[in-house]
Design a protein around this ligand. Structure first.
Ligand code: NDP
Length: 326
């Protein structure tokens, strides 16, 4: 049988961690024939809670679960990691300014980026879920000069999946039949879900929907505010859907997206007018363990405005943490 792959998860004692770990151990991430070793990182005060989660994982007797590491040390957690899913991040506390939040997280992701640089497999794939996800991923990438920039990504897939579901319901078509959706930019309410190229059975979904006011006044804002709507309804932030999106993102990256477009936050290569290095959501196709940006798309004036809005926000975040990088 196959050698176990090592998957590190940070924030393992948190809500998303609780929804994520059981699915990884069940083979949803890397395939039903791929054993996994789970390395669980959390803060010192959360170690007991992580041990509780490990007891539950043991009690599932997952055939694919080859072993565990539980630690508060990133260098232990990321040792020989094939995949690292960085969920743990500092939430905004009462009275905390945006700049404080950015710098608290900059510190966490600098340390974790360096640890990945030093001990992870050279082929590691890193997904950042913890917010502000794009900027945290950027910081980790900049802190890991010996790893390829392509090793680092940020999660836009929940926005992508939310948009897919809304489009399916609006056009009254199955989700599985929808192709070529793109979500651009920052994982924040400024992201731009873009269905101008989207098709269903070869037909443009925009012509089925035929309602540009719905796009601008309902679809885009509702995708952006979906997280807040869930907090209001559930009293807790989304966790199972965020974990599901993390699984989708890494599974497609490792195993391929079967020719489908998916959205990933990746370091820009300068295309589409996005400055090189900015961790920006773009449509990609995954194959053979690599992503390839969808190229040659064009933007109308409205799309240009939307891209500028989300890029300006990301550039603002990048400027706010620039002094903290080395
Ligand atoms: P969650 O598991 O609910 O969320 C973790 C992170 O994911 C947050 O930054 C959250 O952002 C983010 N996130 C991204 N997308 C989504 C989404 N769509 N819905 C919800 N969250 C999203 O947080 P918990 O507080 O339950 O758990 C966090 C864990 O991380 C704790 O166990 C804590 O100890 C740990 N931690 C570990 C650190 C480390 O290992 N160095 C550092 C800091 C924390 P948002 O805040 O915007 O909701």
């Amino acid at each position: 049988s196959k050698t176990p792959m090592r998957v590190a998860v940070t924030g393992a004692a948190g809500q998303i961690g609780y929804a994520l770990l059981f699915r990884i151990a069940n083979g949803d991430l890397l395939g039903k024939d791929q054993p996994v070793h789970l390395s669980l990182l959390d803060l010192p005060q959360a170690q007991n809670a992580v041990r509780g989660v490990v007891m539950e994982l043991e009690d599932c007797a997952f055939p694919l679960l080859a072993g565990f590491t539980v630690t508060d040390d990133p260098k232990v957690a990321f040792k020989d990691a094939d995949v690292a899913i960085l969920v743990g991040a500092r939430p905004r506390g009462p009275g905390m300014e945006r700049a404080d939040l950015l710098s608290a997280n900059a510190e966490i992701f600098t340390v974790q980026g360096r640890a990945l640089n030093d001990v992870a497999k050279r082929s590691v794939k890193v997904l950042v879920v913890g917010n502000p996800a794009n900027t945290n991923a950027y910081i980790a990438m900049k802190s890991a000069p010996d790893l390829p920039a392509e090793a680092f990504s940020a999660m836009l897939r929940l926005d992508h999946n939310r948009a897919l579901s809304m489009l399916a319901s609006k056009a009254n078509v199955p989700v599985a039949d929808i192709e070529k959706l793109a979500v651009w930019g920052n994982h924040s309410p400024t992201m731009y879900p873009d269905y101008r190229e989207t098709t269903v059975g070869g037909k443009k979904i925009a012509s089925l929907i035929n309602d540009e006011a719905w796009n601008r006044e309902t679809f885009i804002p509702q995708v952006g505010k979906r997280g807040a709507a869930i907090i209001e309804a559930r009293g807790l932030s989304s966790a199972a859907s965020a974990a599901n999106a993390a699984i989708d993102h890494v599974r497609d990256w490792v195993l391929g997206s079967n020719g489908k477009w998916v959205s990933m936050g990746i370091p820009s290569d300068g295309s589409y007018g996005i400055p090189e290095g900015v961790m920006f959501g773009v449509p990609v196709i995954c194959e053979g363990g690599h992503y390839k940006r969808v190229e040659g798309l064009s933007f109308d004036d409205f799309s240009k405005e939307r891209i500028k809005l989300t890029l300006d926000e990301l550039e603002g975040e990048r400027a706010a943490i620039a002094h903290l990088l080395k």
